[in-house]
Design a protein around this ligand. Structure first.
Ligand code: DX5
Ligand code: ZN
Length: 223
């Protein structure tokens, strides 16, 4: 299946008091709306949970890409799929039974994603890849938007792309992705790009999405 560049703006950098308006600014341009769920335990920040995700789902036509930075995703993640999130990503470092969880998410009709923090190697998880629809390689330590891109993750992106081979599995990057860094990510093998401050920190978020996609698109599929 030919790969294409997809942009998933993170609403963590949007105005939380006006979420419906902020989502409308990327509707029709973005491929996804990326929603960061943090529990103040897995990461040192607290954002939002299922009630707000349900409100987001009602207020946008964009498919919702939930990134769960929480402890015990085995317990909490399936509810996000059941609520209607089109993609639900849990962290490998927090999951007790990642294969069982990925199967539960797919059974609820969601795409199953698994995330790795920058220092977590991909190699122990290679046998799990057929159970997943997306692998997220974090390019910052999870917890906050606006951090600097960690280029030490690029070799891991390359190794993951090689391991994915012909599998129908998307490779997402998240953290510090901007006009300055997206080409390196695409060249290394990423095809889904989360961007928070590089979209919502701009005056025209839709134009920022288009500009990011234009930079990545020629490189996606070449690696
Ligand atoms: C960080 C979150 C990201 C964050 C990205 O832990 O997972 O999605 O919002 O923000 P930027 O693109 O500003 O690094
Ligand atoms: Zn995220």
């Amino acid at each position: 299946m030919p790969r294409r560049a997809q942009i998933s703006p993170s609403i963590l950098s949007a105005d939380f008091a006006r979420l419906a308006d902020e989502l409308a600014r990327i509707d029709g341009t973005a491929d996804w709306a990326h929603v960061d769920i943090m529990d103040n335990h897995f990461v040192p920040n607290l954002t939002l949970g299922l009630p707000v995700v349900e409100a987001v789902l009602k207020s946008t036509l964009l498919p919702v890409d939930c990134h769960l930075m929480i402890e015990d995703p085995d317990r909490w993640a399936p509810a996000y799929a059941e609520a209607g999130a089109a993609s639900v990503t849990f962290h490998a470092e927090a999951a007790a039974a990642p294969v069982r969880l990925a199967r539960a998410l797919r059974k609820q009709g969601a795409r199953a994603g698994m995330a790795l923090k920058p220092a977590t190697p991909v190699e122990p998880y290679l046998d799990l890849l057929p159970e997943l629809d997306m692998l997220l390689l974090m390019t910052v330590e999870p917890g906050f938007s606006g951090q600097s891109f960690l280029d030490v993750v690029l070799p891991k992106i390359r190794r993951a792309r090689a391991a994915i081979g012909d599998l129908d599995l998307w490779l997402q990057v998240d953290g510090g992705v901007s006009a300055d860094t997206i080409e390196a990510c695409a060249e290394a093998g990423a095809d889904v790009f989360v961007a928070g401050s590089a979209v919502y920190g701009k005056d025209d978020p839709a134009a920022a999405v288009e500009a990011l996609r234009a930079l990545a698109a020629p490189l996606v599929g070449r690696s």
